[in-house]
Write a protein that binds this ligand. Structure first.
Ligand code: SAM
Length: 310
């Protein structure tokens, strides 16, 4: 397949080189993740509980990553706080946040367990403060145009739930993860859908926490550039659209660009291709971002390599 037709999740940014990255790639080649991923999508109740705990711990680390500067991701109680948890099941992130801040409320969105999604394991005592929506977010209609010509077969999309459109979320978590029991072709649509939902629902000035993989791929490098801040391997972007120039950029460039991208697929799944995200940053400019990215990511690559070597 010609390079320009490969998914942006696969394409590496040309011109980048890093010993740490090369070492990690060699290890991955030997030690494929397939078995682990297979287990992940077919987990029994015990394993689900282990993940719930693991996700709580990760949220704790994310929350405290800025604690030395008193910059917690989740504020302590005493002020209204509302968050949106995309891909919320089994519920580790939500459990941590709802327990830390006893006044906060939230919306969780996740694939219905009857459609192959992970089960919802939030403790009963916390459920009153979370509205949960079981839906496949790739089926929300996220484009600008809502009317299709009669002669086109209308793809099956549903309106984005009203509760997500109030721009009242102080924090949005992006952790929906494409499952192996879903068609491979929907992976990129899920990535674009969740970024758009987050940008359409976040309060201006709010915080986004986003999971990303393989910083050397064009997709992740572009998202990192867009959020312009990397922490551990979850990206924490504070003050999203909080300043007038950032808000203009978000409303006039990023959201319309993502909507055009969403529309260009008519709701049907296709891979993200070279050039699709050029409205954020193009490939040539990304090359210039490589040195900074190596600086930000070499600790991640070293950590991943040592986990594979252990
Ligand atoms: C890694 S898990 C998230 C874990 C969660 N952050 C926690 O703290 O427990 C990924 C979740 O994304 C959900 N998911 C996958 N595809 C989805 C889709 N198309 N729409 C909504 N949720 C989806 C899965 O069902 C799964 O619950």
């Amino acid at each position: 397949m010609p390079t320009e037709l490969q998914s942006l999740h696969v394409n590496s940014v040309p011109g980048w080189g890093s010993d740490d990255l090369q070492h990690l790639k060699n290890l991955k080649r030997k030690n494929t993740f397939a078995t682990r991923q297979q287990t992940a999508d077919n987990a029994g109740p015990e394993l689900q509980q282990i993940w719930l705990k693991k996700m709580k711990k990760i949220m704790n680390q994310i929350d405290n990553s800025g604690a030395s500067d008193r910059l917690w991701v989740v504020p302590f109680s005493n002020r209204p706080f509302r968050f949106l948890d995309l891909g919320c099941c089994p519920g580790g992130f939500s459990t941590y946040i709802l327990k830390k801040n006893k006044e906060c409320t939230s919306v969780g969105l996740s694939l219905d367990p009857t459609q192959g999604g992970h089960p919802y394991l939030l403790e009963e005592s916390l459920r009153a403060r979370q509205t949960v929506i079981f839906a496949d977010m790739t089926t929300f209609h996220l484009g600008e145009n809502t009317i299709y010509p009669d002669d086109l077969i209308q793809p099956v999309t549903i309106p984005m739930p009203e509760i997500l459109l109030a721009r009242d979320f102080d924090l949005v978590l992006l952790d929906a993860h494409h499952l192996r029991n879903q068609p491979a072709s929907t992976a990129d649509l899920l990535a674009i859908s969740q970024v758009l939902i987050a940008l359409l629902s976040i309060k201006f000035g709010g915080t986004i926490v986003m999971k990303l993989a393989s910083p050397d791929t064009q997709y992740t490098a572009t998202m990192l550039f867009m959020l312009d801040m990397l922490s551990t391997f979850y990206v924490i972007a504070r003050g999203v659209g909080g300043k007038p120039d950032r808000r203009l950029q978000l409303q006039d460039v990023i959201i319309p660009g993502l909507k055009r991208l969403w529309e260009s697929r008519d709701g049907r799944a296709r891979r993200l291709l070279a050039g699709d995200l050029d409205f954020i940053i193009d490939n040539r400019q990304l090359e210039g971002y490589g040195a900074r990215l190596n600086e930000l990511c070499s600790c991640v690559w070293q950590l991943q390599a040592s986990a594979l070597e252990a």
